[in-house]
Design a protein around this ligand. Structure first.
Ligand code: FE2
Length: 413
């Protein structure tokens, strides 16, 4: 380890595969990650190649592209993908690279078009990616068989997931595990009420590690802690749990708790979890005063006093209240910068200004994420110190350890 400490002088390092394997193999159990996992460029490359380009990633919601030809871009690791609704209302994920000389085709964040036209030489594509027209090409040019490259795309209850992998983990495993649990929220008919991106000056793993534990909730999130029992371990009694689960059933919500996350190579990427638990008395949703912020979702008939944590794929998370759902997406931007993108979903028939107030709706998770950004960035600064040494994790960080141990297996050369 000594040579590693010498090699690191506050700048990035570049470890070869042998050194990465050694770091993974010697990682002590239930311990934070070594400095190199946050500062090494070769490890970052493996993060992208072995995790982000092979995992199911939340791209957006069907309500963002309601009409034929509506599209938005999903961008990651230098790649750009056009998520577009086709003439037959299918959702396609087309790589935003012209098959002519490789130009980007769509240049803005979102838009609507009956055809996708490359601005460079005018090559024109159908909404399913097939090349329709290429002007002034020689007579021998055969456009049939030429199409924009597609990546895998799946829609789960209105939520669009993409996967860059050649042979991604079966999304059916996730679909079978979660469809019934999610059904009563009717997220397929929900709409995006608000979306916000938070730029975080930290390696993406620090953001995911932070999201995975509530050890920091009591010190860092007084607003969240007021309503959510997760902030205090073992604080809610079994009787309260039973009472809320009974009310959940009566309200049409799933009282199931399912979990299949951070598996070995054999289950890589087909992770999911759904767990409902009580909020504190007087709190019926995640808001400043614990009171409703939007009309009830879908088929949910009343407030049960609970909330749900959801995981879909290894790096996508969500929280489901009776009147809104908050979807979290963490994506790497560079070795030491990441983005946290949050989507707030409400009942599709709710009207802004009448049925919900956007600021009131987004208040809790905006306040909480702003605080998270601050603590994650402080963590990132400390980790770069010559004096940083990984410390032991608490029981309240079991999910962080689950993530770390899965991560180490996932990137091992
Ligand atoms: Fe937090």
């Amino acid at each position: 380890m000594t040579w590693l400490l010498i090699a690191f002088d506050g700048k990035e390092t570049a470890l070869n595969k042998r050194a990465i394997t050694k770091l993974v193999n010697t990682h002590p159990p239930k311990t934070a990650l070594d400095q190199a996992f946050y500062t090494d460029v070769d490890i970052y490359t493996r993060d992208i190649e072995e995790i982000y380009l092979k995992s199911w990633l939340y791209a957006g919601h069907v309500s963002e592209i309601p009409a034929i030809g509506d599209w938005f871009l999903f961008e990651l690791a230098g790649e750009s993908v056009i998520i577009v609704r086709s003439d037959t209302h299918e959702i396609n994920a087309l790589v935003n690279v012209c098959r002519h000389r490789g130009s980007r085709i769509c240049l803005t964040a979102r838009g609507c078009a009956r055809k996708l036209i490359c601005g460079y030489h005018g090559w024109t594509y159908e909404l399913d990616g097939r090349l329709r027209n290429a002007a002034h090409m020689q007579k021998t040019f055969d456009k049939s068989g030429i199409a924009l490259k597609k990546i895998h795309v799946e829609v789960l209850e209105g939520m669009i997931y993409v996967n860059f992998g050649a042979r991604p983990a079966s999304f059916e495993v996730i679909r079978n595990g979660l469809t019934e649990c999610l059904r009563s929220y009717r997220l397929d008919t929900a709409k995006v009420a608000h979306r916000q991106t938070y730029s975080i000056d930290a390696n993406w793993k620090l953001a995911v590690e932070n999201y995975s534990e509530c050890y920091h909730c009591a010190p860092a999130h007084p607003e969240y802690t007021r309503g959510h029992s997760l902030a205090k371990p073992g604080a809610h009694s079994e009787a309260l749990m039973e009472e809320v689960m009974q009310r959940a059933s009566a309200c049409g919500l799933s009282d199931k708790s399912v979990s299949r996350i951070y598996l070995d190579a054999e289950g890589f990427g087909a992770d999911y979890a759904y767990e409902r638990y009580p909020m504190w008395q007087g709190h019926i949703t995640g808001s400043e005063d614990g009171q409703a912020v939007a009309p009830l979702l879908g088929d949910v008939s009343d407030y049960d006093g609970g909330t749900t944590d959801i995981q879909i794929g290894p790096v996508n998370f969500a929280l489901a209240y009776c009147d809104h759902v908050v979807i979290y997406r963490f994506t790497p931007v560079s070795l030491d910068r990441s983005e946290c993108d949050i989507t707030w979903l409400v009942n599709g028939s709710a009207e802004e200004g009448k049925d919900y107030d956007k600021e009131r709706l987004a208040w809790l998770w905006d306040v909480t994420t702003t605080a998270d950004k601050r603590i994650i960035e402080s963590n990132a600064k400390g980790i770069k110190s010559r004096y940083y040494k990984p410390g032991p994790l608490a029981h309240m960080e079991d999910y962080t350890w689950k993530f770390i141990s899965w991560y180490l297996r996932a990137i091992k050369p």
